[in-house]
Write a protein that binds this ligand. Sequence first.
Ligand code: ADP
Ligand code: MG
Length: 457
Amino acid sequence: FWDDALSKLARELSPQQYKTWIQPLIFVGQDESEQSLTIGAPNRFKLDWIKKTFSDRFQALACDYFGCAMTVHLVLSVDGAREDVGQLSSPIGNPSFKEEITTKEDSLVNEQAFEIEDHSKLNPNLTFETFVTGKANQLARAASIQVAHNPGTSYNPMFLYGGVGLGKTHLIHAIGNHLLKEKPNARIRYIHAEQYVSDVVRAYQQKAFDRFKRYYHSLDLLLIDDIQFFSGKSRTQEEFFYAFEALLGNKAQVIITSDTYPKKIAGIDDRLISRFDSGLTVAIEPPELEMRVAILMKKALSEGIPMSEDVAFFVAKHLRSNVRELEGALRKILAYVRFHGKEVTIEVAKVALRDLLSIQNRQISVDSIQKAVADFYSIKVADMYSKKRPANIARPRQIAMFMAKELTQKSLPEIGELFGGRDHTTVLHAVRKIGEERSHNSQLNHEVHVIEQTLKS
Ligand code: ADP
Ligand code: MG
């Protein structure tokens, strides 16, 4: 029962939700005579949440499996058995998967791998309606809507790329869901590239390429997510190439996502890369502040706990990288609020998110940054404001400007002022330059990190 329940939940929930809430649970046991089974949560907080959110679902799963006389009990359970749970293989996101190797368990699952053909694997919650639009994603959204309305015609394939947590998976599910609503009989399949790789391996092991092809080549819409996982997997790439050609030949729509644009994906055959780029390639960018605010407010409301604009601005200002991070923050706030019976205020957000936001950052002054950076690079603090330009001074100064932007709430003009009345464009240039360089220069990254530690200690 437990394995069955886990794999169902893994399919229903996002990997994140699954990992956070379901994976830590322990199947304590089953009492035949009393017709009950017990599931343990590792702490009171999770227990509470699970009870609120998943108890009906577990009851329904037990009902399906044993008949409805079975009652599910959710209890607090000590940590001991957790490792066992961790080892249960989840059907999603197994990053250590190797193309060449499959375990016996894998091949057991295999037997069914191609029998689930009527399953689109779409998550019904990921729709255009629940997708908040802003400058960062409006092109991607417009293209997706276009494709959803006219699949297999103009934009084929559609290639959607962008960083983690920006809504790629959401958008392609939305396309699938839209088409499914319009044409309930359409053969639609969402698949993560990693899963596709393991399907290829299974087909290979079972000599079932006929079945594999019959399935994949006859779809109306194939949504394939995170194609960068094909990197270095040449057999998979070959199979996908055939599938791709067959699908386009049938005027079936292919939609691909990746973390970067086609030419930049490493380890993929040029022939495929040029196919990826032959339709419409569209980027999705990180959300700007207003969009982050809108997302927070919309999601909070849909959870039944409205969030004021003030609070949303506060959170959105501190969390800038992506939507997934925002959702994580929102979950923390909502859990905190539900648990403590409080309203959502900035104070509450600060407490609930204290791990995420380094609130202490705001106590760091530009002054102290200038001093710490000057010390570190053995230059005079006065050089921070001076007009001198030799590299041994200019560079630490740029690093200090960058850190001032990162670690304080000061605006570019304010920072410029504090650096001897420099123009905000000078600061912007420094922020961009150091920020960009930091992503590939590990020495610089280390130095910034060390200075930051000094400042925070
Ligand atoms: P990616 O696939 O690009 O890594 P996801 O599609 O998984 O990102 O998005 C991460 C989370 O953020 C998902 O829960 C998704 O529903 C949500 N999300 C992303 N973009 C938006 C948006 N514009 N509006 C609402 N939710 C979004
Ligand atoms: Mg994704």
